[in-house]
Design a binder for this molecule. Structure first.
Ligand SMILES: Cc1ncc(COP(=O)(O)O)c(C=O)c1O
Length: 394
């Protein structure tokens, strides 16, 4: 019997169809729906509170600057860091690009077979030599293999904290120990971890932590890079423009200290304030409670799908908030389309993880992923929908 204690559907105006019927939204790993408190914070920031930051001499701008910097502090503390360690970016993708381009000691980077394209392509573009860590049979990053592969030529290890396809959770502490033993840094892609696990960068032992706000119930276009001040300070700017400078002349420009050095141009002020509200919202529920809630839903889903002969499940049994599966003989896109007719929204495709699809030996999977608004009724709707898929294709 699954006990699911959280039921926050009512906080999310986006979860009701135009005719008033419920929408079974199971695509939070792509992007989370927004609670009313975040919508309100964004509306205020764009409306009554709106002004630029860091430059205005007038009161509204000074207040907005305080709000923007308070958001930085809140986001940093959310992952166990400090405000001077937190760079606002457009999202995880930009944060990884920033590190791939600006980290001064380029060399070999060890990635894993399950990485999202945004943790593969930036390293290739920035000229790193990429090595690949294989997975265990149940879909975790194989850290025994990582230990064998790593040499002092490796300057970086960049792994997903939680896989966006399999939901497998990395033993980050061990990964940090392995990276540091050869003098490499560890970057963790926390996109799928921050909405569903408590994160403390000091306990994880990583050197870089990145995530996107929109998967954490916040707005799109805002995310962050966490790193220690001495690590950031050794990195040159990633982009040039306003705000990130100390002194500009045509002969020579000097740069602001981090984190400002990495925030060229007028920032996404509204996004930062929206992300602040999202973190307040998530912490008012509690990450431990969210994790337990999603774990119960994953268990319910895997047990139910296992009972339907002809459904293949991917990933480990203890995956965090995400279940990838395939219905034998049916393309995942057809599964997704038929489920949509029952108002069940899943993701179908390669999930921006083509190398992982190759390792799994499939072109695509179907994926259900959970959030604080999901409950057993959503899983029941998914299972009923898949029974319908089997009847149609049977
Ligand atoms: C594990 C993981 N890494 C990185 C990303 C990229 O995030 P964004 O597109 O918000 O930059 C995603 C988004 O799907 C993801 O799931």
């Amino acid at each position: 019997m699954n006990r699911v204690a959280i039921d926050r559907k009512a906080d999310f105006p986006g979860l009701v169809n135009a005719d008033g019927s419920p929408w079974h939204y199971l695509d939070s790993a792509a992007t989370a729906q927004k609670p009313q408190v975040v919508i309100d914070a964004v509306t205020r920031a764009l409306g009554t509170d709106y002004a630029t930051v860091h430059r205005g001499v007038y009161t509204r701008s000074a207040e907005m600057t305080l709000g923007y910097e308070a958001a930085r502090r809140r986001v940093a503390e959310f992952v166990g860091g400090r405000e001077d360690e937190l760079v606002f970016t457009r999202g995880a993708t930009e944060a990884i690009n920033l590190v791939a381009y600006s980290y001064p000691e380029k060399g070999r980077v060890l990635l894993s077979q399950l990485e999202h394209h945004s943790n593969i392509v930036p390293w290739q573009l920035a000229g790193w030599q990429v090595d690949v860590c294989p997975l265990t049979r149940d879909g975790r990053i194989d850290l025994d293999a990582a230990e064998r592969i790593l040499t002092t030529d490796h300057k970086m290890v960049a792994f997903a904290h939680v896989s966006n396809v399999l939901g497998s959770v990395l033993d980050a502490k061990r990964a940090a120990g392995l990276a540091h033993a050869v003098g490499a840094k560890l970057l963790l892609d926390g996109c799928q971890a921050v909405p569903r696990l408590p994160v403390d960068v000091a306990a994880l032992g990583c050197d870089f932590y990145v995530f996107s706000g929109h998967k954490l119930y916040g707005p799109t276009g805002i995310g962050c890079l966490w790193a220690r001040p001495e690590t950031l300070d050794a990195m040159p700017p990633y982009q040039g423009g306003g705000s990130m400078i100390d002194k500009v002349t045509f002969a020579r420009t000097t740069y602001a200290p981090p984190p400002t050095r990495f925030e060229a141009g007028t920032p996404h002020i509204v996004g930062a304030l929206g992300l602040h509200a999202a973190i307040d919202y998530v912490e008012s529920i509690g990450l431990e409670a969210i994790h337990a809630h999603e774990t119960a839903l994953v268990r319910q889903t895997r047990d139910a799908l296992r009972n339907l002969n002809s459904v293949i499940l991917f990933g480990p049994e203890d995956s965090a908030g995400i279940v990838s599966f395939a219905v034998e003989g049916v393309h995942p896109h057809d599964v997704g389309t038929i489920l949509d007719e029952s108002r069940v929204a899943i993701r179908a495709g390669h999930h921006c993880a083509q190398p992982l699809m190759e390792a799994l030996g499939v072109p695509a999977t179907a994926r259900a992923s959970f959030g604080v608004y999901n409950g057993p009724a959503d899983v029941d709707a998914l299972v009923k929908g898949i029974e319908r898929v089997r009847r149609i294709f049977g």
